[in-house]
Design a protein around this ligand. Structure first.
Ligand code: CIZ
Length: 307
């Protein structure tokens, strides 16, 4: 007899086929949801998948800004958010007012926003970036002018260490509260416990943490790095979902957390029953107001032009 979870998965599979639907999931979402996703990746990969699909319905499992991104790029498709309250706390930390005020103070500057920002904020930006391409975007945009960058001061630190360009943080010191939990002392303790492990981390970590890891990159870059590294043991300074993906995709190597596992609760909100519900009902369809969507899409398109 089929267990309840298998029945739900069967129903999701049937509805996907009937509705010509695709399910995109971020590396950080819960493991059950990852098993039914067509694509599991970072936010850049989700945008790419959302741009290149022939599906009529796109279910986006992640946090609010990820669903908005796909809706911005697909105004003619049905884009569904399994749970409305899956919020990225970092994305909420930059407001349109702050961007407008910064632009008034630096009228010649370019405005580059981290992908972790709302559609309204993106609509005020010249360009957006992810951790994968932030350094490249700054370099390509620069033209000798300062860059207003937000909302993550840690990613800004990562960029500054790799370019000589003038970057002005907007706001001054916002951060991802999950990555920020990890301290320098946590890394030291983990190093004592696993002295032979290579340490990989995310650029949303604190500057002092960034300074003592062996490799920094987005969750997707980290997977590629660990695959090709000569090391067989790693400490992972990233959200626990990354650790799960690494263990699953690279089973011949060992991955340990650098501290108590870092958990983004927004990312874990969507459950299989929520995915099934939106496929059955079209609840939580995300539609971005037209003008906002056009302006935000320009900022996303600029990233692809400069890539
Ligand atoms: O940009 C993303 O997808 C985030 C928030 C993390 C990562 O590196 O995958």
């Amino acid at each position: 007899m089929l267990k309840n979870i298998d029945k739900i998965m069967d129903k999701i599979a049937r509805l996907k086929e009937q509705r010509n639907a695709i399910i995109l999931a971020h590396n950080y979402v819960g493991s059950e949801v990852k098993t039914i996703a067509d694509v599991v990746c970072g936010s850049l990969g989700m945008i790419n998948a959302g741009r290149n699909t022939n599906a009529d319905v796109i279910v986006v499992c992640g946090v609010d800004f990820m669903v908005e991104n796909v809706a911005i790029l697909n105004p003619d498709k049905i884009v569904l958010n399994p749970v409305e309250k899956a919020i990225c706390p970092l994305a909420q930390r930059i407001t349109v007012k702050e961007i407008q005020a910064a632009k008034m103070s630096y009228p010649d500057a370019h405005t580059l926003l981290y992908m972790n920002s709302s559609a309204d904020a993106k609509a005020k930006a010249d360009c957006v970036c992810t951790a994968d391409n932030a350094v490249k975007m700054v370099t390509e945009l620069n033209g000798g002018l300062p860059i207003l960058f937000g909302p993550d001061y840690c990613l800004s630190y990562f960029i500054r260490k790799r370019t000589a360009h003038t970057i002005i943080n907007v706001p001054i010191n916002s951060y991802c509260p999950i990555h920020h939990k990890l301290s320098y002392e946590d890394i030291l303790k983990a190093k004592m416990k696993y002295p032979n492990a290579e340490i990989v981390g995310h650029p949303e970590c604190r500057p002092e943490v960034q300074d003592c890891v062996d490799f920094l990159g987005s969750s997707t870059e980290t997977i590629e790095y660990c695959k090709h590294s000569d090391s067989i043991e790693f400490l992972v300074a990233d959200e626990v979902g990354s650790l799960e993906v690494l263990r699953e995709r690279i089973p011949n190597k060992t991955f340990n957390p650098t501290s108590t596992p870092m958990v983004c609760h927004g990312m874990k909100k969507a459950k299989l029953t929520d995915v099934l519900n939106v496929l059955e009902t079209n609840d939580n369809q995300v539609i971005i107001p037209k003008e906002t969507a056009i302006n935000a899409k320009n900022a996303i398109d600029k990233m692809f032009t400069l890539s």
